[in-house]
Design a protein around this ligand. Structure first.
Ligand code: PGA
Length: 252
């Protein structure tokens, strides 16, 4: 496993005030650090307040999305250079963006390159639908998402990849450790085919109904370096419990 990475995706939850409190509470409990890379991703409107709440701790902050263009007439959007003044990471290509907002691999590819150019670390999400899995094309769908979204990338040193099967997100039905390991191994070979040895250092995370009870089963897989956590990251105690359980595996 590369260095342990646990990321909390708060989605469209929390107000600026409650986000500040949640960030502060997480950073207080995890203040001793040394537990790997812990990143929390609040809504855009709360990034500044959460960054202030966790300042001085080992917690880092990420955004949940970014627009590919650096500036211009894109009402309501936020660009990579704007985010880079506030945060270190950004989630791109989450399945909710792909399905609810019809984002294509090509559009997501623009977000990945814009993020890297601005000095952000993109967390590229990929994952198949239940229909894809039932049709036996899960691995080909995910590999093609991955390579299409990285089409314009030459340097993967700041990249993270999250495998999030759509059917496991927010359903309470996590993938089995074996399914996630098989997919992660396929993701790693796709990365190697595109980027050679540099691919080894790319942290690969599993996401989809991760909680404190199942996180260790994923992290014990040889190709899984961490987790992207949605629902269970919205409560300080439950997020910290996931980090603590994950750290036990990292320390083995
Ligand atoms: P979940 O969400 O942990 O609530 O399933 C994961 C995600 O969407 O990143």
């Amino acid at each position: 496993m590369n260095r342990l990475t646990i990321i909390g995706n708060w989605k469209m939850n929390t107000t600026p005030e409650s986000a500040h409190i949640l960030g502060y509470n997480i950073s207080k409990i995890l203040s001793d650090g040394g537990m790997g890379n812990i990143v929390i991703c609040p809504p855009h409107i709360s990034l500044d307040r959460v960054a202030q709440a966790v300042a001085g701790s080992s917690i880092r902050v990420g955004a949940q999305d970014v627009h590919p263009e650096p500036s211009g007439a894109f009402t309501g959007e936020v660009s990579a250079p704007m985010l880079a003044e506030l945060v270190e990471f950004v989630i791109v290509g989450h399945s909710e963006r792909r399905t609810l907002f019809a984002e294509s691999d090509e559009f997501i590819a623009g977000k990945v390159t814009a993020s890297i150019e601005a000095g952000l670390k993109p967390i590229l999400c990929v994952g198949e639908s239940l229909e894809d899995r039932r049709a036996g094309r899960a691995e080909s769908v995910v590999s093609s998402q991955l390579l299409a979204c990285l089409a314009n990338v030459t340097d993967v040193s700041s990249l993270l990849v999250a495998y999030e099967p759509v059917w496991a997100i927010g359903t309470g039905e996590a993938a089995t450790p074996q399914i996630s390991q098989d997919m992660m191994s396929s993701i790693r070979s796709a990365l190697r085919s595109g980027f050679g040895d540099a691919a080894h250092a790319v942290p690969c995370l599993y996401g989809g109904s991760v909680n404190a009870d199942n996180v260790q089963s994923f992290l014990r897989q040889p190709d899984i370096d961490g987790a992207l956590v949605g629902g269970a990251s919205l409560d300080a105690e439950s997020f910290v419990a996931i980090v603590a359980r994950a750290s036990e595996v990292a320390a083995d």
